[in-house]
Ligand binder design. Structure first.
Ligand code: FAD
Ligand code: EPU
Length: 341
C-alpha cells in the first residue's frame, strides 16, 4: 500500500537542515512499491527526486514534484567462498549500520568507510570514499529500476563507470534509475589501509600495533578521526565536503608550488596531481567566514554549514563566491560534490 502525502517539509530529511517543502512525498519500503508507483498515471510525468539520507543534497527551492524516500531495508549474506563473502543490502539501509554488520563478523573491506552518513542506495552514486578506500573496492553489482520504463536492471562494476566521487548515475544516467539494492564482495582476509591521514598515529595512541591490528581497530580509528574533524549534522547543518578536490596537471602543480611552497598534492596518475580544496579555500581566506546563517566551517574549510535558518540559495551563492575567489587566486576551478536540487 503506497501513501502519497502532499506538502511535506524536507527539513528533517536533509542534513543541511534546509527548510524546503516537497509537493508530494512517498516512502518506498520494498521493490514492488516502485512498480506500483510507476503505474500511477497521475504521477507518470511528475518530476521525481530520489532521496536516501539527504546527506549529499542542497535544496535550493521547494521541490514541485514527488520526493521518493528510499527505506528498503535488509542485509542478506548470499554466499561465500574461501576468500570472500558476498552480501546484498537494501537501498534504505543506513551505510554505517552495514559497515558495523561487516565489522562485527570480521568481514574486511569497508572499515575505512565507517561513519559516512547516508544510505546504501546512494553510496554508488558518487562512489563514496574516505581514508584511502572507495566503495568500488568492495562493490560487486547493484539492482536498479528505470524510472521511466520500470525495467529492472543489474549493473556490474564496469557498467557503473566509477571514478573519484563519480559514477554513471551522476552523469549519463542521472535521474534515470532508482537503485534498490547493492551487492558487496567482502574479504575474509583483511588488507589494511592505514597509511592515509592520521590513521597510524591514532592507532598508536589507541595502543594498537601491527600484531593486534583488526578491522574493528581501523574502524575505531577512522570514527575517532572523523568525529574530531567533521561537524556533526545533528549539531550544525552540513553535507560533508561541499566541493571535490581538484585534479590538476603536474605542470600547473609545479608552478603553483613555486608561489605556494606549502601546497599539498597527491599524485593520482602520471602527470595528474590531486590538491585539497580545503587548503585552497582556507588560503583564499574563507575558513570560518559567515554571512547570515551560511558559513564556512571553522575547522574544515571544505565544509559549508547552516548555522540555523539559511536557505539553499544562500549556501549556493556563498559556494559561487568561493569558487570565483579560488579561481582568481590560484587559477584552479573547484566543482561541487554535493547534488544541487
Ligand atoms: P542523498 O543525499 O539522499 O542523495 C544523494 C544523491 O543520490 C541524490 O542525487 C539522490 O537523488 C541520489 N540517490 C539517493 N538514493 C538513491 C537511490 N536509492 N537510487 C538512485 N539515486 C539515489 N561522502 C563521501 O564519499 N565520503 C565521506 O567521507 C563523506 N563524509 C561526509 C560527512 C558528513 C558529515 C556528511 C553530512 C556527508 C558526507 N559525505 C561523504 C557525503 C554523503 O554522506 C554521501 O554522499 C552519501 O552517500 C549520501 O547518502 P544519502 O543516502 O544521504 O544520499
Ligand atoms: N586542509 C586545509 N584546511 C582546511 C581543510 C583541509 O589546509 O580547512 C588540508 C589539510 O591540512 C590536509 C588536506 O587539506 O592537508 C586534506 O584534508 P582532509 O584530510 O581533512 O581531507 P579532505 O580532502 O578535506 C577528503 C574527502 C572527505 C574524506 C576525507 C578523508 C573529498 C572532497 N573529501 O576530505 O570526504 O572523508 O578526505 O578521506 O574528497 C565528503 O566527500 O563529503 C567527505 C567528507
Amino acid at each position: 500500500m503506497l501513501t502519497i502525502e502532499s506538502h511535506v517539509s524536507l527539513k528533517p530529511y536533509n542534513t543541511f537542515g534546509i527548510d524546503a517543502n516537497a509537493r508530494y512525498w512517498v516512502e518506498i519500503n520494498q521493490e514492488t512499491d516502485i512498480q506500483t508507483l510507476l503505474q500511477l498515471t497521475d504521477f507518470v510525468d511528475t518530476p521525481k527526486l530520489i532521496l536516501g539520507g539527504g546527506s549529499n543534497v542542497l535544496l535550493c527551492h521547494d521541490f514541485n514534484g514527488l520526493v521518493v524516500k528510499m527505506n528498503i531495508k535488509g542485509i542478506d549474506v548470499l554466499r561465500e567462498d574461501n576468500s570472500h563473502v558476498y552480501l546484498t543490502a537494501g537501498a534504505g539501509v543506513v551505510w554505517h549500520d552495514l559497515v558495523m554488520f561487516c565489522i562485527e563478523r570480521g568481514y574486511a573491506g569497508m572499515e575505512n568507510l565507517s561513519l559516512i552518513p547516508g544510505t546504501v542506495g546512494a553510496a554508488p552514486m558518487q562512489n563514496i570514499g574516505a581514508y584511502g578506500v572507495e566503495l568500488e573496492q568492495v562493490f560487486e553489482s547493484l539492482t536498479a529500476i528505470n524510472i521511466h520504463t520500470g525495467e529492472r536492471r543489474r549493473f556490474m562494476h564496469a557498467d557503473c563507470q566509477f571514478g573519484y566521487r563519480e559514477s554513471i548515475f551522476k552523469r549519463e544516467l542521472k535521474n534515470q534509475y532508482i537503485i534498490t539494492s547493492v551487492t558487496f564482495q567482502l574479504n575474509k582476509q583483511a588488507t589494511f589501509h592505514t597509511r592515509y591521514g592520521a590513521i597510524q598515529e591514532t592507532l598508536a595512541a589507541m595502543g594498537i600495533s601491527d600484531a593486534n591490528l583488526s578491522v574493528k581497530a581501523v574502524s575505531d580509528a577512522v570514527i575517532h578521526i572523523r568525529q574530531s574533524k567533521l561537524p556533526d549534522p545533528a549539531q550544525i547543518g552540513n553535507a560533508g565536503s561541499f566541493f571535490k578536490n581538484p585534479e590538476i596537471s603536474q605542470d600547473q602543480f609545479d608552478s603553483l608550488k613555486e608561489s605556494y611552497p606549502t601546497l599539498p598534492g597527491y599524485p593520482v596518475y602520471d602527470g595528474v596531481v590531486k590538491i585539497p580544496a580545503g587548503w585552497l579555500i582556507e588560503q583564499a581566506g574563507w575558513k570560518g567566514y559567515r554571512s547570515g546563517d551560511a558559513g564556512v566551517h571553522t575547522r574544515q574549510a571544505l565544509v559549508l554549514v547552516n548555522y540555523g535558518n539559511t536557505t539553499g540559495d544562500e549556501i549556493l551563492a556563498l559556494a559561487k563566491r568561493i569558487q570565483k575567489s579560488v579561481l582568481e587566486k590560484f587559477g584552479v576551478a573547484i566543482s561541487p560534490e554535493v547534488n544541487i536540487v
